[in-house]
Ligand binder design. Sequence first.
Ligand code: KG4
Ligand code: ZN
Length: 335
Amino acid sequence: KENIYTLAIESSCDETSVAVLENGRSVLSNIISSQIEDHKLYGGVVPEIASRKHIENINSVIDRALVESGMKLDEMDCIGVTYGPGLVGALLVGISTAKAISYAKKIPLVPVNHIEGHIYANFIEDVELEPPFTCLIVSGGHTHLANILDYGEYEFLGQTRDDAAGEAFDKVARTLGLGYPGGPLIDKLASEGDPFSIEFPRANLDGKYDFSFSGLKSAVLNYINKEKQKGNELNIPDIAASFQQAVVEVLVEKSIEAAKESGMDKIVVAGGVAANEGLRNLMSKRAAEEGLETRFPSKILCTDNAAMIGCLAYYNYKRGIRGDMKLNAVPNLKL
Ligand code: KG4
Ligand code: ZN
């Protein structure tokens, strides 16, 4: 058979997303139905609401993805689905739906790791990109440094010991009263502030490629409290810019060190925080100074989407990875 068609389903958090791909890297459709408006009111994702919204939306999102791709369900060669990590109830909606389709249509089921999926967002837009490379994965739930040696072959370098990078953005945004999700709001405000106006700590830990962001989060909180006590008006853009600079510098310097030590010539960034302008700019600039190339997905493929899940599903499918009717959600699945 010449072309392999993948239907991919992503429902690990607050986006119901379905995509259709041809040969793993060509996206025929990628429908993302965001629940952000439903969760905003509560300042973060409410798991129970997420599950219910996924159930309400999933069938119509599948229909839209098929219509937009011009393909029929019967033409799919595999059904890729995120089985972890994520919210258990949310994951189960995607998994149950994928299993039902797989069973009814006798189409192979391919389980996909969500964190790994973020990396594959980069393969979609850069068709020439091939392993090996050093990868920084920064999302709302995860912060990892790894060498991608081949498809499905990873050398783990380090991770966060406390908050994920995106989580730090969201928590600081909440402290500043900015709303949810905080990353894009801080990113926007940071462009109006001075990143060197406030000295926030950079955690450089002895576990060379590990990260820590909870101290930084507390430092921002302490700074705000002190300024309020002194009766000073807060300069929100300066706080946002200085906080962002502290996060981004550590992410960039550790990634560059890892790539150089591993003899890699490329740094690939993935996950929701890869959409951050400060990170994109500093990583590109510093990497170029060190003679390294950088890759970022376009912003829509940085945050959760089914296209990246479909890309990884294709490579998993080719490697013979299959799920069966016993496939279950694994909320704490590791990279
Ligand atoms: O990858 P993602 O959509 O979901 C997870 O798998 O966690 O990442 C969401 C995270 C949130 O914490 C959000 O605040 C952060 O990515 N984020 C950003 C930006 N856009 C999204 N953080 C900083 N700057 C951004 N522009
Ligand atoms: Zn994600």
